[in-house]
Ligand binder design. Structure first.
Ligand code: FE
Length: 192
């Protein structure tokens, strides 16, 4: 959908009309809506993925479990948001860079990363990242050294991927919260 201010205004008006109708008919309470919004604003989002990454950077045993079975390893965090019933975590190394796409639509691990960014749903990203990942990443500001192999992971209805970025030098000296703050959403998709 085109994101011009006019379109956004129309969407907002439609959402508001729908909301007041549902509330008026007693099908929905306003507090339900507030809860859903709070859910996605505060409890679901890249901050969850960052916790997992920060932990894997310092806990080798957890990292092994995470790479072996992502869904099982993150269970202890009790994240809500869903879309991680089969989570596969792929690790960036000095020889390999990973990037995630959903070529068919916009499958994405909500519980870890929140709602997907607009460009993730863009048909241009979805088709080009497979054919020419190095150029697309460069356009997005990430120059992957020629010595590194790039692997593109195509999400599906069953499998959701998350990238485990390389731990920056010196990160082990930071506090857990500081480490989490280093992890960005885009790094966990593999485009930063
Ligand atoms: Fe999809």
């Amino acid at each position: 959908m085109d994101d011009t201010p006019t379109d956004m205004r129309q969407v907002r008006l439609r959402a508001e009309a729908l909301e007041s109708l549902l509330v008026e008919r007693g099908l929905l309470m306003e507090s339900d809506i507030d809860q859903v919004i709070a859910q996605f604003e505060q409890r679901v989002g890249p901050v969850n993925g960052a916790k997992v990454v920060a932990r894997a950077w310092t806990d080798a045993e957890f990292k092994l479990r995470l790479l072996a079975d992502g869904t099982d390893a993150i269970r202890e965090f009790r994240f809500s948001g869903g879309q991680v019933e089969r989570l596969v975590v792929v690790e960036n190394t000095h020889v390999e860079h990973n990037v995630v796409v959903c070529t068919l639509c916009s499958c994405y691990p909500w519980a870890l990363l929140g709602l997907p960014p607009r460009w993730y749903k863009d048909p241009a990203y979805r088709s080009r990242i497979v054919r020419e990942p190095r150029s697309v990443l460069a356009e997005m500001g990430l120059e992957v050294p020629a010595s590194k192999r790039i692997r593109v992971w195509d999400s599906s209805a069953e499998i959701r991927y998350m990238v485990l970025p390389q731990r920056p030098d010196g990160a082990e000296a930071l506090s857990e919260k500081e480490r989490e703050a280093l992890v960005t959403r885009d790094a966990m998709i593999g485009v930063a």
